[in-house]
Design a protein around this ligand. Structure first.
Ligand code: MN
Length: 336
């Protein structure tokens, strides 16, 4: 039957692996893929295996939906490719052991849930389970049997992931309350849960700092390569004679070669990127840098192949004319 997964945790504080699972779950659930990349790298460095991280992201779909999980898995694939190209060999780790399929899946799921809560389920269904009985069957058969029976993560690890997702998506307080109780029942301590709350709070604070300016919509025109988002902050007018936008470049993304008749100032507010004026070497630019690009000077800017970069782009003397777009920055020009 089921392996006993309820292990008393000897540590009074959360381990680095547990903290990483919490951070990975929260970024995946919120679809913050830039932050997720950072957390995935940190998780691997902390010693989580590829299988464990994969399992955590798969687990999340039961709480935040397939689209968030799949975006998370795609981001993880990208991170692993990047690490492999740097010569880092991450540990794959154990796959799930075969599941003993004896007995009805509903009963197996019910047994898992009873083990998680420590409370036997009895009596007629009430509330949503009576109103829409099929969802209660899906929960038992699929979430608590199919997913929780997989032994790649312990119950305690699954609960940390779950509580992280529930606190991140918000509006699900009844579920959050039940899962907090389950956490204590599967061996996590009250002290660890306080630490957990502090991590979630600092992540939330950091997110709100990251988003001083909105990221805006993805640019779909041909003047940029890769994934770039733009949010216009100030439109040009005759009073200020400047146009200001917040531009987010995902790793590998960049502009075409171009020039600005009135010049441009770039304020890098996040990450690491590249800037090059025609005929000069590529410059690495990073958070806090101010780049002045003189009028009519052919140049390009973007992220590095491995880091995202966000800059505020100020078109100065904007009345002198719009940006003039030239040829694409080839792969050899981008990564010589
Ligand atoms: Mn420019």
């Amino acid at each position: 039957m089921l392996k006993a997964q309820t292990v008393k945790n000897e540590n009074v504080t959360l381990s680095a692996k547990q903290k990483s699972l919490i951070a990975i779950a929260s970024s995946t659930a919120k679809g913050n893929l830039l932050k997720l990349k950072v957390e995935l790298n940190a998780g691997l460095e902390a010693g989580l295996t590829i299988s464990q991280i994969k399992e955590a992201i798969v687990h999340i779909y039961a709480y935040a939906g397939f689209p968030r999980s799949i975006r998370g898995l795609q981001t993880f694939m990208m991170v692993l490719d990047e690490r492999k190209s740097k010569g880092i060999n991450d540990v794959i780790g154990a796959e799930a052991s075969p599941i003993n399929g004896d007995g009805s899946k509903y009963e197996r799921g019910k047994a898992v849930l009873e083990k998680l809560t420590g409370v036997p389920e009895a009596g007629p269904k009430t509330g949503y389970a009576a109103f829409a009985p099929i969802i209660e069957i899906f929960l038992k058969e699929h979430l608590f049997a199919d997913i929780f029976e997989r032994d790649v993560l312990t119950y305690a690890e699954r609960e940390l992931v779950t509580v992280s997702v529930l606190s991140s998506i918000g509006g699900v307080e009844p579920m959050l309350q039940s899962h907090l109780k389950i956490c204590l029942n599967v061996g996590l301590t009250a002290e660890q849960m306080n630490e957990f709350a502090a991590i979630i709070k600092s992540t939330a604070d950091k997110d709100s700092m990251d988003k001083v300016f909105p990221q805006g919509n993805k640019i779909t025109n041909d003047n940029f390569s890769g994934n770039v988002r733009l949010s216009m902050l100030v439109e040009n007018d005759t009073t200020y004679n400047a146009q200001i936008g917040n531009v987010t470049f995902e790793p590998g993304a960049r502009t075409r070669w171009h020039y600005h008749p009135g010049g441009q100032i770039l304020l890098v507010i996040e990450g690491k990127g590249l800037y090059q004026e025609k005929g000069k070497p590529i410059q690495i630019i990073k958070k806090g840098d101010v780049i002045k690009c003189p009028p009519n000077t052919v140049h390009w800017h973007g992220a590095t192949p491995t880091d995202a970069m966000v800059h505020i782009a100020i078109s100065t003397n904007a009345g002198k004319g719009n940006v003039v777009w030239l040829e694409k920055v080839s792969d050899t020009e981008y990564a010589p």
